[in-house]
Design a protein around this ligand. Sequence first.
Ligand code: SAH
Length: 336
Amino acid sequence: MKFFFDYERKEVAEDYRSTQIYKAVYQRWLADFESITDLPKSLRSTLAGEWNIQLPRIHRRFDSVDGTRRYLIQLQDGELAETVYIPEEHRNTICISSQVGCALACTFCLTGQLGLTRHLTAGEIVAQAIVAQRDNLPWETRDDFNIVMMGMGEPLHNYDNVMKSLRILHDTQGLNMSMSRITLSTAGMLPAIEKLAEEPIIPNLAISLTGATNPKRDELMPINRKYPIEKLIEAVDRFPLKHRQRVTFEYVLMKGVTDAPEDARSLARLLKGMKAKVNLIPLNEAEELAYSRPSDAVVERFREILNDHHVDAFVRKNRGNDISAACGQLKKKWAS
Ligand code: SAH
């Protein structure tokens, strides 16, 4: 059976029928063909033999005291996709994964310790968003969420499936998500950033920097040895942005490693004149990691230095820590 969420509308059937089916699944939340009563009866049973329109099941859900929820979503081969729902007053966020595990091995990230198990398909990426949407949002506010591709994996390492998932999420007859509601985060896969810049639909871009010089970044993020920082910044500088749109740089603060005033000044120099903002992420600690989190005062000092150099910087609130849902903590913990 074909997994429906893997397919763009034009691949499903001829135009009129595929629009009916897309609307039924994505907009009316119908989960079996029998309920799609605007289709002829005989067609319904044919389609039911061909297409699987069931969402994958939630293997486990972990609820944080702060309202954040972490999901382990069961895929057809038994693998688990990890998804996080983060409620906020003005905007809810669904954080989705693009791979099971990750190949990039950043030294401060738990997902990096898993290695790569496999890419997720377009449908497995799309389905995560829908599962989290329907488990959290009532019908009246069902579209009140943004998506960040900041879960497990490096989205640009799974380029074709990620792009296809964006086209499916964007379809006006489906979820109809504007690209301004989706952010793709990358550790800096340079050729893919350049390719993304040429696409007809382009999400918001976030770059995980965490290291403002080559020696520092080489040590923390092996990908920097292949695509050094100055080349990365050049590519980001050429990346097409809409009026008032900015690129986000994520910077993980680790005590004695990335949190010195000199690091803040290097970062400010690097981003000078760019349409950028910085998200400072105080390290989420874990037993498996050799680093620790700086004090709030050090974090604040770092932010002030950036602001003094006219770089907008924000400290990311730490969410879902108690359920291993925070940045860098996704590693299928308590899967069984
Ligand atoms: N591979 C992509 C998508 C994952 S995003 C990327 O790197 O952008 C995950 C984010 O969590 C990254 O910005 C990363 O810098 C951050 N992160 C990883 N480990 C962390 C940790 N231990 N504490 C806080 N943030 C971490």
